[in-house]
Write a protein that binds this ligand. Structure first.
Ligand code: GLY
Length: 380
């Protein structure tokens, strides 16, 4: 890789900014392009849960290990970021309560708990009464709960603010409202072409454009990022005394993530609707009903906002990390886990760019793993 040319990052969300910050800290010239305002896409609309244990999926063991490793790196990541980004990011370690409100959901929860135990996770099975002792705002007659004390959370909006500031303080260059139309793969002189037509030469190009990654022209079909948008509707409530939920609560139909500034995020639907970001009555109804069943005290809280975000889902719902073409590295497809996976992605992608070595953390997530069957089940 040429070191006289900047590292160009397409996409200024949490992954792009964290990777840019890491590379700028290592003394490299980094330029980030964002089609809108940096960090105001999927990263802004997330819930900020850092929950590998609660979100562990059957058959997703490699993703779990990557997620766990990222969580292990979070405290050091936060310490440097809060220092360099000059703001607190509300990193909280209270843990998650996964709750079942009836017998059927208790059976489902038991299966998850058994799987979690087989994987050696530090989780506890609780009766409804025991769960109430940990979190008094839970519904009084829950069937069962699992306490996942190892899961954490962060305020993703503060995180974005801190990353942006830290990146700029390290000398990074940020071009906002500057869409990139195409990638130009080349071993020696990769480049990007801006929507307005300008070509920007790079030492290496990192694609961190989330759901928009697949729209970039210039890659062969087998190398195009296999990501599609998966819509998630959310509701922001304002907590008012005496209501004060402390833990993240995950019910069968909705999760609740309380932030220290009084916001209570209720999420999220999971919809295959392409780039549609309309908030629907049905989506809000399901979320409110699901949240109310497990935390009835939300009934009187004011609604501050509603939105729909687009998660970048790959074919196996694991990220695409590594070389896709000469001079082009992907760091995209983080689906539900972009905030959680930011530290490990940023640090391992930076290592790849700086040394040319693909670390064991990245190997299972090669973007070319789908190239035998390149089509993805979504419109482009
Ligand atoms: N990580 C939570 C969500 O995607 O809704």
């Amino acid at each position: 890789m040429s070191t006289s040319k900047p590292i160009v990052i397409v996409g200024g969300g949490v992954i792009g900014l964290a990777t840019g910050w890491t590379l700028a800290r290592a003394g490299r010239e980094v330029v980030v392009f964002d089609r809108g305002e940096a960090g105001r896409g999927t990263s802004w609309l997330a819930a900020g849960m850092l929950a590998p244990d609660a979100e562990i999926g059957f058959e997703e063991e490699e993703l779990y290990h990557l997620s766990r490793e990222s969580l292990r790196r979070w405290p050091a990541f936060v310490a440097s970021l809060e220092d360099e980004g000059a703001q607190q990011v509300d990193y909280r370690t209270d843990g998650t309560l996964i709750v079942a409100d009836d017998r059927d959901s208790a059976v489902t929860l038991r299966r998850l708990y058994t799987f979690q135990q087989e994987q050696g996770l530090a989780v506890d099975w609780l009766t409804g009464a025991e769960a109430l002792e940990i979190e008094p705002f839970l519904a009084p007659r829950l069937a069962a709960a699992v306490f996942s004390s190892g899961d954490h959370q962060v305020d993703n909006r503060r995180l974005i603010g801190a990353l942006r500031e830290a990146f700029l303080r390290q000398g990074g260059t940020l071009h906002e409202q500057t869409g990139i139309r195409a990638l130009v793969p080349d071993e020696r002189r990769p480049a990007v072409i801006a929507e307005a037509g300008a070509r920007v030469d790079a030492g290496v190009v990192i694609v961190a454009a989330g759901v928009w990654s697949r729209q970039l022209e210039g890659l062969e079909e087998t190398a195009r990022p296999a990501v599609r948008p998966v819509k998630g509707q959310m509701i922001e409530l304002r907590m008012e005394a005496p209501f004060g939920l402390r833990h993240v609560v995950r019910g069968p139909q909705a999760y609740l993530a309380p932030k220290s500034d009084g916001r209570l995020l209720v999420g999220a639907t999971n919809e295959e609707m392409g780039f549609d970001t309309r908030v629907t009555a049905g989506g809000l109804f399901r979320l409110l009903e699901g949240a109310w069943e497990v935390v009835p005290g939300i009934y009187d809280l004011p609604v501050a906002d509603t939105w729909a975000g687009l998660r970048p889902g790959s074919r196996d719902h694991a990220p695409l990390l590594g070389h896709a073409a000469p001079g082009i590295v992907l760091a995209t497809g983080h689906y539900r886990h972009g905030i959680l996976l930011a530290p490990v992605t940023a640090q391992e992608i930076a290592l790849l760019v700086l040394t040319g070595e693909t670390s064991p953390w990245l190997k299972p997530f090669s973007p070319l793993r789908f190239s035998v069957h390149p089509s993805i089940p979504s419109p482009t």
